[in-house]
Ligand binder design. Structure first.
Ligand code: FRU
Length: 496
């Protein structure tokens, strides 16, 4: 039976020791991708928050760095973002050194204990050594609490269209929009969220940025808005909105104006992708929108069966904005950088599947570090079910039911589940967004996670699991009997 280090992912980022939640302050500069994260270095559950730090040249392999920002007398360091201030609009730059500015929420635990309302405020810190060390601004907070209890998670973006810094932060039921010239003085411009979208819990960790629509010159703005609880399959989850921004106010596109609780604009429908945001300062010529989320769920994050470390991040993903008829959707796929870790592979075409048929086993590809791509042509009205299994008898079931047009993941037999009632009490589902007659998928497997990107990333599901032994076999079957799997490609991913 496995535990702790056996459960530590092979390639998803985890803290060396103790607790981690949201990704924070992600920016790219001089060849490095930076990832900060909500971190409690002294215990394996949530506590006084610090910003941990890790760096990578490719968003796949990470090197943990010393803790970047420590809590102080003003409070814990909650989630936030960082930007590279190339033109020194903040004036923090010195001796030609480019300042990096982080903005975070101060959470005053005393105020919270005393039932005050105004215990969260926004503050900044700057770094003159590319994010290694940080100096908190003397005049913090830069945004005082205006009398709103949940008031947090500032995410800054350079708005090149209106030549300003734009920042979004979340309150209980709304996203607030601010703008600034210098990253120190902020003007509240507008609110968004009343009566629109899912509101089963507190809105947290927003992100807001422009994107090109497909290969066109059309630009739309994307608002990512996590909430907890109220996610599509329960607990914490991440919805999004597409619209226009005039420099002050965000207006959703026609199709999204009347979104209710049960809409299908979710970055990920699985239970384990929360508080994800995008990297700042990705070079323009590169033009990618790069995203990473926390691969857990507040329903059980503090109870999962690991002791010395807790929680991993998702694989980094590239987001695309696509227009389908009069609708806009975000698709996500694993970043291309992952491909350079492919080693051994196995490929086949037109495989006849009759009953439960093994397609890969651990003699061919080690299923604890694998990328599997498949295609099924001419879907029939049946349930296509994949099964990961081991000789202990654990099973993880996932796949697609074309008769209901829903994807699913069932981890109720996937090993250790008893640590929380909410972990495997329901089969997670996701609506199919594409209406193609063919189904394609990318499956990213680590020791304790599966990330499913269907239809070029139009429907995504991410979930974690804790099997008693590593998976040994991947098989597939369909309720209606035989069918042909038109393509299967499996790659061993190798990290040293
Ligand atoms: C989201 C969140 C944020 C907050 C942080 C505290 O998971 O609740 O809203 O800033 O975690 O760790």
């Amino acid at each position: 039976v496995q535990n702790d280090e056996d459960f530590r992912p092979n390639f998803h980022f985890t803290p060396k020791k103790n607790w981690m939640n949201d990704p924070n302050g992600m920016f790219y500069f001089n060849g490095y991708f930076h990832l900060y994260f909500q971190h409690y270095p002294d215990d394996n559950v949530w506590g006084p928050m610090h910003w941990g730090h890790a760096i990578s040249t490719d968003m796949v392999t990470w090197k943990e760095q010393p803790i970047a920002i420590y809590p102080d007398e003003k409070g814990y360091i909650f989630s936030g973002s960082a930007v590279v201030d190339k033109n020194n609009t903040s004036g923090f730059g010195k001796d030609g050194k480019t300042p990096v500015i982080a903005m975070f929420t101060y959470h005053d635990p005393e105020g919270e204990k005393n039932d005050e309302i105004d215990y969260q405020s926004q503050a900044i810190a700057y770094s003159l050594d590319e994010g290694q060390t940080w100096t908190k601004y003397k005049a913090n907070p830069v945004i005082e609490n205006p009398g709103i209890k949940d008031f947090r998670d500032p995410k800054i973006t350079w708005d090149g269209i209106h030549q300003q810094w734009v920042m979004v932060l979340a309150t209980y039921e709304k996203t607030l929009f601010y703008t600034s010239e210098n990253l120190k003085n902020w003007t509240r411009q507008s609110d968004f969220g009343e009566g629109i979208g899912a509101h089963g819990g507190v809105w947290e960790c927003p992100d807001f940025f422009p994107m090109y629509v497909g290969d066109t010159e059309e630009v739309k703005w994307v608002l990512i808005q996590s909430l907890n609880p109220g996610g599509y399959n329960g607990g914490s989850g991440t919805q999004y909105f597409i619209g226009d921004f005039d420099g002050k106010t965000f207006t959703p596109v026609e199709k999204m104006k009347n979104l209710g609780e049960d809409h299908s604009y979710w970055l990920d429908f699985g239970k384990d992708n929360y508080a994800g945001v995008t990297w700042a300062n990705i070079p323009e010529e590169n033009g990618r929108t790069l995203f990473m989320g926390w691969m857990s769920n507040w329903q059980y994050a503090q109870e999962v069966p690991t002791e010395t470390w807790r929680s991993a991040m998702t694989i980094a993903r590239e987001l695309k904005l696509e227009k389908i008829d009069d609708n806009y959707i975000i698709s996500s796929t694993p970043v291309n950088e992952l491909k350079s870790y492919r080693s051994k592979n196995y490929k086949d075409r037109n495989v006849e599947i009759d009953g439960n048929t093994k397609i890969i086993d651990s003699a061919k590809i080690d299923l604890t570090s694998a990328e599997i791509r498949f295609k099924i042509s001419s879907l029939q009205d049946t349930k296509y079910q994949f099964k990961l299994s081991n000789s202990f008898g654990d099973e993880l079931l996932f796949g697609y039911d074309h008769s209901t047009q829903e994807f699913f993941i069932d981890r109720s037999k996937a090993g250790q589940i008893d640590f929380s009632e909410d972990f495997a009490n329901k089969v997670s589902t996701a609506p199919r967004i594409s209406n193609s007659e063919d189904l394609s998928g990318i499956i990213i497997l680590d020791k304790t996670s599966i990330e499913l990107f269907y239809d070029e990333g139009k429907t995504v599901m991410t979930e974690i699991f804790f099997p008693n032994q590593p998976w040994e076999t991947l098989s597939i079957n369909s309720e209606e009997g035989s069918f042909t799997m038109s393509e299967i490609e499996a790659y061993q991913l190798k990290f040293n």
